[in-house]
Design a protein around this ligand. Structure first.
Ligand code: SF4
Length: 342
């Protein structure tokens, strides 16, 4: 069982202490006996302990930086939402394929932002701009927000904030099962709580540091009982030797453990594994023993933005994935909605 995240080292921006959450976190980590250092900016944390990149990367993944979010311009977040809402950056998980390894470059530590009211105010403006259309906000574009929320409760506040709006919708996805404090949040059905699910093989070998399959399913059942609209992202769909059987077992378990009420308004998002050449280099450096297969010649090249294309599965393999997993969705969850396959 993966325990709830506890940082080994904490950095705090002095100005963060002017906010109630900043003060609360400072007190909490002091009581827990965790070393706290000061940093002038959450973008400038340097000299993390460790003799080499490998060690420093691991220290960074267990370092929490408490700061202020200055950029309140939200990125877009297609296809799952209109905007990404920035409550945190970085993640304590060690998924070998994770895109954060490339996007966060030299700053793989975890950042949490304490000026949550400023972030909510910005969200309010985005909602007004699109009114009377609803606006969806994705809270897990740059982190696994549930993974640190037992410490900050920022997500819980966000769920309740969006529960009070008419046009705001919140979404996030997690690989962590530490959801108990979120079960009594007044969500008003405006938050879609999604879990990232995968075949047991993928979780076991490629997603260390995250909750195991049975823990995630148990958490999903609790979340459904708490009345949240539920969703599953099956990602990355990864073709290993017994993949059809592995994904079948996943769907059988889901059907067995989920309350029937959860299956009426259930969504699925399917995302195949992909990699870029720069990502492959970083992954090989961070996880040199990984079983993750990234052979360019086995894949199809897809041109991307800024000239960096990605390697996806071959056309016939993609069709096979779509048919196989789509078939499982139809069979086990006929009322569910498949939002996209990409
Ligand atoms: Fe990346 Fe998500 Fe894994 Fe965290 S849990 S390392 S964000 S894939």
């Amino acid at each position: 069982m993966v325990k709830p995240f506890v940082p080994q080292l904490v950095y705090i921006e002095p100005r963060a202490l002017e906010y109630p959450l900043g003060k609360e976190l400072h007190e909490k980590f002091t009581k827990m006996g965790i070393e706290i250092r000061e940093t002038t900016s959450h973008n400038q944390v340097r000299n993390l302990p460790g003799d080499n990149h490998f060690q420093q990367y691991r220290v960074a993944k267990s370092t929490l930086v408490v700061g202020i979010r200055k950029t309140l311009k939200f990125d877009t977040s297609k296809p799952s939402a209109e905007y990404a809402i920035p409550f945190a950056t970085g993640c304590m998980g060690h998924c070998h394929y994770c895109y954060l390894q490339t996007t966060m470059g030299s700053k793989p530590y975890i950042r949490t932002y304490v000026n949550t009211e400023d972030i909510f105010d910005a969200a309010e403006k985005y909602m007004q701009e699109r009114a009377p259309e609803p606006t969806r906000f994705e809270a897990s574009c740059t982190s696994d927000i549930v993974g640190i929320d037992h410490l900050t409760h920022t997500l819980k506040h966000a769920i309740e904030f969006f529960g009070k709006t008419d046009l705001g919708r919140l979404r996030f996805v997690t690989k962590f099962a530490h959801v108990d404090h979120l079960l009594d949040a007044d969500h008003q059905g405006r938050t879609r709580f999604r879990f990232s699910m995968n075949a047991d093989y993928v979780i076991k070998f490629l997603e260390p540091g995250t909750s195991r399959l049975d823990e995630r399913i148990e958490a999903a059942a609790k979340v459904a009982e708490a009345g949240y609209p539920l969703g599953f992202i099956v990602a990355p769909i990864y073709l290993y030797e017994d993949w059809k059987q592995g994904y079948l077992e996943l769907f059988e378990k889901l059907e067995d453990k989920l309350p029937k009420s959860a299956t009426k308004d259930l969504t699925f998002e399917l995302i195949q594994h992909r990699f870029t050449k720069p990502a492959k280099r970083v992954i090989q450096k961070n996880y040199p023993m990984s079983k993750l297969e990234m052979e360019e010649e086995d894949r199809m090249y897809k041109w991307g933005k800024y000239g960096i294309g990605k390697y996806v599965y071959q056309k016939d393999q993609q069709q096979d994935m779509k048919d196989t997993l789509g078939g499982y969705i139809d069979k086990f969850f006929p009322d569910a909605k498949l939002e996209y396959f990409t």
